[in-house]
Every structure is written in structure tokens, then in C-alpha cells.
Write a protein that binds this ligand. Structure first.
Ligand code: ATP
Length: 313
């Protein structure tokens, strides 16, 4: 399957603005596990894309391939029109890790973690200059963590740690940001703050690929969605891809799926029913009679087929 470049061209008035293009990529680990097979999708700049799939579907493997930690046995990846290697050299890509991937006992201050984002901008001796300190201060300010600059990173809450790693990506001035489960273990307020920040970064023309099990938040802030199950089941605008049918194909029996019948109206006519689809975190909620089609919600973009709203945690 070829990436939908035509679609991207249309979305950008004819300009081929490609953030990430993954073309027919297969990745096999040394033990013979093929984690990704013939994976193809394309993401324009200035967008937030959700990467959705069950545990073990290959999301982390895809991130590692985009970051150049894993070589694709077949296919190619291009980042802002460059090879992965060139993009890394230009420090264009940043990664915001899952909490479990980090050794929180390592004694390092918050400001030092953020300064790591500047390494690619420094010379071999890595002596920060004024502009590096300024970039760190600005990044901490943007994620609202200035007052924690001198704290040990291990002494922060889960949501605060996430914001520090986002600040590291900002200090790096990364144009492509990969976020691995940014909402796991964070409260609703922090989640909203992170979403607001990501939207701001999108408006600056950056590219964000966000792996998440937080299905309810996907239609809320992700323009595009890639559904992954070792290969791409569907990709494109969230309004087209994020359908109940596609989610069932992606998650199979793993999804929790409830249909709540609507209350009867005054004349006994059927009321609006609610379909709740949940992986393990915030559910995706579909409103409509018998869980079916609901009136389209008027929006600037083409009207989505379903009216959706994220549920609470
Ligand atoms: N280092 C490795 N060596 C061999 N197989 C691996 C390795 N890392 C991952 N795999 C396998 O590759 C497949 C994809 O794993 P991956 O970690 O990419 O999934 P994931 O979608 O990120 O999962 P999760 O949602 O649990 O983080 C799984 O079958 C996994 O067991």
C-alpha cells in the first residue's frame, strides 16, 4: 500500500508537505518476530496523528524505526523529506518516553533533563551557552514547570515528568515529536494542558505522532489516526478512520463495548442511545439511535459521520 500522498497534497492546497512518510516498512527482530509488516502511511506537517493499537501491535517498534534505533529490513522512512539518519543528524526528531522506560533513581535535575534536548545544538564539549539556557528556560515556562527546575526528576509526579520530557523536546526545537502514551498516569487537568500544548505545536507546523490507549481523547485532538496491528489497518483523517467498525478490527475482543439504550421520549419514541467503546483508559463514546448513526456535527472540516464525545476517566 502506497502512502496517501495525493490526499496530503489536497489537504495542503497542492503543496507536498510531508512530515513522516513510512513506505512499505517491515521490521523483524533478531529472534525472528516480525513486529511490523508492509507498514505504509503518510502524515503531513502541522498535524497531530494518533497511533492506536493493542499491546504488542508494534507501536514502540514503529517509534524506534522512526528514530533510527531499529533498521527496517524492507521499505523506507522519510522525515520532512530527509532520511532517518539525516533527520537525526539535524536533531529534527524528539521522543517523549513512557514513564517505565526511564530510571527515575538516576540523580538528575529537571533543568538538566531539559538541557539534554540542547545537546544536538552544542559542540563536542557540551558546554551550554546563553542561548541554550534561554531555550531551557523558555521550554520549562511553556510547560509550566519553571518552579521545578532545580528538583530531582525522580521527585516529580507522573504528569510533571511527562511535561519535563515535553520541555526537552521543545528545548531541542524538534519538528517531529513522538509521544509514547503521554496520558498514562496523568490527571484530567494535566491531560488537558498537554493537549493544549500539542495543539499549539501543531499550529506552529510541527508533526506529532502520539501512541495512546486513551480512545476518547483521539477525536478530541488528533487530526489523523493510524490503526496498527503489525500492519496498518487504516490511516487518514480521524473523522474517517476512527469508526466503530475499524476499532473493532483493531482491537478485536480486547475492546470493551457497551450500548446503553436511550431513554424514551415523551411520546414513547426511542431516545438517543450511547455506544461506549473502551480499550483500557478513557472511552470513545458514540451517540446515536441504537448506537448507530447520529446527526452530523457541523464543523469547519467535512462533517463527521458520528457525533462523538470523550467520556470521563
Ligand atoms: N527487542 C525485542 N525482541 C524481540 N521481539 C520484540 C522486541 N520488542 C518487541 N518485540 C515484539 O514485537 C511485537 C511488537 O512489540 P511493540 O513493543 O512494538 O508493541 P507495542 O504496540 O508498543 O506494545 P505496548 O502497547 O504494549 O507498548 C511484540 O510481539 C513484541 O513481543
Amino acid at each position: 500500500m502506497k502512502p496517501e500522498l495525493g490526499e496530503i497534497d489536497q489537504a495542503h492546497g497542492g503543496a507536498a508537505v510531508c512530515g513522516i512518510v513510512v513506505d512499505d516498512v517491515t521490521v523483524t527482530y533478531r529472534n525472528g518476530t516480525t513486529a511490523l509488516r508492509d507498514v505504509s502511511f503518510a502524515i503531513p506537517t502541522g498535524t497531530i496523528t494518533a497511533l492506536v493499537g493493542i499491546n504488542g501491535s508494534g507501536k514502540s517498534t514503529l517509534f524506534k524505526a522512526i528514530m533510527g534505533f531499529l533498521r527496517a529490513g524492507k521499505g523506507s522512512i522519510s522525515i520532512l523529506g530527509r532520511s532517518v539518519r539525516q533527520a537525526l543528524k539535524e536533531t529534527l526528531v524528539a521522543y517523549v518516553p513512557q514513564a517505565e522506560e526511564v530510571d527515575w533513581n538516576f540523580p538528575v535535575l529537571v533543568e538538566d533533563v531539559v538541557m539534554m534536548g540542547r545537546y544536538g545544538h552544542m559542540n563536542m564539549l557540551r558546554i551550554p551557552r546563553r542561548r541554550d539556557h534561554e531555550a531551557v528556560a523558555a521550554a520549562l515556562d511553556r510547560v509550566n514547570m519553571t518552579e521545578f527546575a532545580k528538583r530531582q526528576i525522580g521527585e516529580l509526579s507522573g504528569g510533571q515528568k511527562k511535561r519535563v520530557f515535553l520541555a526537552r523536546a521543545l528545548a531541542q526545537d524538534a519538528q517531529v515529536i513522538l509521544l509514547d502514551e503521554p496520558f498514562t498516569g496523568v490527571d484530567v487537568k494535566t491531560e488537558e494542558a498537554i493537549i493544549k500544548l500539542l495543539k499549539g505545536l501543531r499550529d506552529e507546523g510541527r508533526v506529532m505522532l502520539v501512541s495512546t490507549h486513551n480512545l476518547g481523547s483521539v477525536p478530541q485532538f488528533c487530526d489523523r489516526t493510524v490503526l496498527l496491528k503489525h500492519t496498518v489497518l487504516a490511516s487518514g483523517p480521524t473523522s474517517e478512520v476512527f469508526t466503530e467498525e475499524n476499532l473493532q478490527r483493531t482491537f478485536g475482543g480486547v475492546l470493551r463495548h457497551f450500548v446503553l439504550p436511550g431513554e424514551r421520549g415523551p411520546g414513547g419514541q426511542p431516545g438517543e442511545s450511547v455506544t461506549v467503546i473502551s480499550d483500557d483508559e478513557r472511552p470513545f463514546v458514540v451517540y446515536g439511535e441504537d448506537g448507530s448513526e447520529a446527526p452530523p456535527k457541523p464543523k469547519k472540516k467535512p462533517a463527521p459521520k458520528r457525533r462523538t464525545r470523550s467520556g470521563s476517566k
